[in-house]
Design a protein around this ligand. Structure first.
Ligand code: BGC
Length: 250
């Protein structure tokens, strides 16, 4: 079995697991530690160290870590939903200092997109697939013929004068106590706009809320086929582990 470790840094929890790369599934129970408050780079890096320890990750196992921000050659340009002190941080250098090892860093939605492209709903799908994750924010991954175009940040498209994720994320559904029909109306506006811009061949909808996909996906009226993510909440960790192993074997 080829193993790699994936860690997903989120607003409420930092989660990690060992992944069996042949099947794209966890090979152990995942471990979750509450995201420290404030979620500064140093405090989150310490939590990552604790996770690696609890998972028993040895030096020979590649580690991929996802961040809820674009990662441009290891650096975070801006941070929408965690502590703003992440802006400008080189996360590879940060983790090197705290963990004593080189990690692979990637955007959380890009990692989920990779997970779906290699093992899930976007596997072997030709053309342009857009994977979105509906959570606190809206994450996006654009994949063309299986190749990821990183850092697309389509959750921050400006639609009707608003940053899209402030209207249509799953976090906003909860915060504003929107019922499924009202929320689906906001998703309709969002996905029609993305469809008009990119003409994708497939939308894959992920994030925790995709477990309830039958409550909102049938309400959407789009030209593009829409399917729920197959890997659900594991896609980001699986994609990060996959990418770490790929980088290690380059
Ligand atoms: C961030 C993205 C991230 C998404 C989901 C957005 O606010 O800018 O980088 O992928 O939230 O976490």
């Amino acid at each position: 079995m080829t193993l790699a470790c994936g860690i997903d840094i989120g607003g409420s929890g930092v989660k990690g697991a060992l992944v069996d790369l042949e099947t794209g599934t966890y090979s152990c129970e995942s471990v979750v530690i509450e995201t420290p408050a404030p979620a500064t780079p140093d405090s989150v890096a310490q939590v990552c160290g604790e996770l690696l320890h609890q998972l028993g990750v040895t030096d020979d196992i590649p580690v991929g870590i996802t961040f809820p921000a674009p990662i441009i050659h290891g650096r975070v340009p801006f941070m929408a939903n965690l502590d703003p002190s992440w802006a400008g941080i080189d996360v590879v250098e940060l983790m090197d200092r705290h963990l004593g090892r080189t990690i692979v860093a990637l955007n959380d939605a890009d990692a989920a997109g990779l997970g779906e492209a290699i093992y899930g709903a976007a596997k072997d799908v030709p053309g342009v697939v857009i994977v979105t994750t509906l959570g606190t924010g809206i994450g996006s991954a654009i994949i063309n013929d299986g190749v990821l175009i990183p850092n697309s940040e389509l959750g921050h498209l400006e639609i009707d004068g608003h940053d899209a994720e402030t209207q249509a994320s799953a976090g906003q559904k909860t915060a504003q106590k929107l019922d499924w029909v009202t929320w689906a109306g906001r998703l309709q506006r969002y996905y029609s706009h993305v469809e008009m811009l990119f003409s994708p061949d497939l939308f894959v909808i992920g994030g925790g809320v995709s477990a309830n996909h039958e409550k909102f996906l049938p309400l959407l009226n789009l030209r593009t086929p829409v399917v729920p993510a197959k890997l659900r909440n594991t896609a980001g960790i699986v994609g990060a582990a996959y990418e770490a192993a790929r980088a290690a074997h380059k």
